[in-house]
Ligand binder design. Structure first.
Ligand SMILES: [Zn+2]
Length: 88
C-alpha cells in the first residue's frame, strides 16, 4: 500500500514526461498555450488553420471553422459481449 502513496522520484517523472512526448509527437497542440488537448476535450480549428483548446477558445472572439471531440486510442478497440446461451 505504501508503494502507491510514495511520491515519484525525479527520475520517474523524467521517464513519464519523455514517454508522453514520444507518444504524442504528432498530436495536435493548441497553438496558443501549446498544450495537447485531453481525450474527451473539444478542439477548435480556425480558417487560419490554427488549432485551439477549449480553454483558449474562450479567450478569443474568432469563430472556429469547426470543432471536434478528441477520442482516445481505445475507440474501435472495445468489444461487446453478447449472451448467446440458449434460454429455456
Ligand atoms: Zn490552449
Amino acid at each position: 500500500m505504501a508503494e502507491h502513496t510514495r511520491p515519484r522520484t525525479d527520475f520517474e517523472l523524467a521517464l513519464l514526461r519523455r514517454g508522453l512526448s514520444e507518444r504524442a509527437p504528432s498530436a495536435e497542440r493548441c497553438e496558443r498555450c501549446g498544450r495537447i488537448p485531453l481525450t474527451g476535450e473539444v478542439v477548435y480549428k480556425y480558417d487560419s488553420g490554427s488549432v485551439r483548446c477549449e480553454l483558449c477558445r474562450a479567450l478569443t472572439a474568432d469563430v472556429p471553422r469547426y470543432s471536434r471531440l478528441l477520442r482516445g486510442p481505445e475507440l474501435g478497440h472495445t468489444i461487446r459481449i453478447v449472451d448467446q446461451r440458449n434460454r429455456g
